[in-house]
Write a protein that binds this ligand. Structure first.
Ligand code: ZN
Length: 411
């Protein structure tokens, strides 16, 4: 049990979920993969194919004018040549959880491109044993690391408020995950930050930066990563202004003075999650989840380090009808590892599974009762996606549309 901290009274908001996320009234599924049009910012073309599947065609060379990975690799080599330091200073920041993605980025930059990465970790809400061990293994395979753990009482308050008011307990983590590497880059005068994949293009979203190696360090961060809500806005929910300092990034002047750029490795190297797993098992001591598959999906090697992360994915399932398995299966269909009908069967089996393994700890962390938890969750069930069909508690909620329903609208 964690020591209780004092939280403001429980006050769930009233939200029109469909309007807030601009979700289309008619639920349609991509003709190629299993994603639906309810994923924020995703687009479907006239043939009923989603933007992420179209990007995958270019990525895997299935169409003319596909991405030339040899050329992209040369671009990375040139970037590294411009940035490399040989005087003992670090030359690239790699935001890093200890997972397979960041382990791959750091290891490749160091061993193949002769860079001097500083790995930077914004600690999970509540480490899992395997998460801690994987970070430890990665460090001991040959990397310097700075791990920052924010004030636990403040972070618990922020997490509770974000869960209740935004329907996403991960919001405070995401501030740190994005802003802390910028702060470290500013502090150590390091002009390059290398992220892994660009989630917006790999999983479906805003394609504006699909053919750009960098992401914006200004306004788009708030839109893409912070759900339109900057750290400052939490003052109105009762977080003390001073406590928000660690969640903020450096000033634009400082970013420009150091010349900090954020790049995506997924722009330079073909990004295939399964292969990163093999690479890191081999090179950074990465281990898959010993407890087996993650709840809500069939994979056992992604997003393992935080006991609360199952609730982040599960809330997305509540809001959009898109769970962790849908995202995983869609990516694997695009990578050509499974067929669409296999993906549909996996979604039917695993999507939306309740993250029971760490439920007690989640309640303890956020100071919510079980009844308050469910009352909060139900705020995020849009009537165009969910129906109450009798039955007590969770079992009484049914998705009106699912990719495995016979009448699912495809294309
Ligand atoms: Zn698709």
């Amino acid at each position: 049990m964690l020591r209780p901290v004092s939280f403001p009274p429980f006050q769930p908001p009233v939200i029109d979920v469909q309007a807030r996320y601009r979700l289309p009234s008619e639920v349609r599924y991509c003709r190629r993969c299993v994603i639906s049009n309810q994923r924020p910012r995703i687009t479907f073309d006239a043939e009923g194919v989603c933007s992420a599947c179209r990007y995958a065609e270019l990525k895997h060379g299935r169409v003319e004018r596909a991405i030339n990975w040899t050329q992209r690799e040369r671009e990375l080599a040139a970037l590294c040549d411009r940035t490399r330091r040989n005087d003992g200073r670090f030359d690239v920041v790699v935001p890093c959880s200890g997972g397979k993605d960041s382990g791959y980025v750091a290891h490749v930059l160091k061993t193949k491109y002769g860079m001097h990465p500083l790995t930077v970790t914004w600690a999970p809400h509540w480490y899992t044993d395997i998460g801690r061990e994987n970070l430890h293994s990665m460090i001991h395979s040959g990397f310097s690391n700075i791990c920052f753990t924010p004030d636990g009482a403040v972070h618990r308050l922020m997490t509770r408020l974000a869960f209740v008011n935004l329907g996403d307990p991960f919001q405070p983590f995401i501030y740190g995950q994005k802003n802390f590497p910028l702060n470290v880059a500013a502090m150590y005068d390091i002009p390059l930050i290398m992220y892994g994949e660009n989630g917006e293009v790999e999983y479906g979203g805003d394609m504006k930066n699909a053919f750009s190696p960098t992401h914006d360090t200004g306004g788009d961060m708030v839109k893409h990563y912070f759900s339109g809500i900057s750290p400052e806005e939490w003052v109105q929910h009762g977080v003390h202004e001073h406590d928000l300092a660690v969640y903020r990034g450096p000033s634009q002047e400082r970013i420009q003075a150091v010349g900090i750029q954020c790049h995506f490795m997924g722009y330079y190297h073909q990004w295939i999650p399964q292969e990163l797993y093999y690479y890191c098992s081999e090179n950074t001591g990465f281990q898959a989840n010993p407890e087996g598959r993650s709840e809500g999906t069939y994979s056992k090697y992604a997003s393992l380090d935080d006991r609360t992360d199952g609730f982040h994915y599960w809330l997305a399932f509540i809001k959009f009808g898109i769970g962790r398995c849908t995202s995983d299966a869609a990516h694997e269909i695009r990578d050509g590892h499974i067929e669409r009908d296999e993906g549909v069967a996996l979604v039917r089996q695993f999507d939306g599974e309740f993250p029971a393994r760490h439920f007690e700890e989640f309640l303890d962390y956020t100071g919510l009762t079980e009844a308050q938890f469910h009352e909060s969750v139900n705020v995020w069930r849009s009537p165009h996606l969910w129906a109450r069909e009798g039955g007590a508690g969770l079992a009484g909620w049914k998705l009106k549309h699912a990719v495995w329903h016979d009448d699912a609208k495809v294309g």
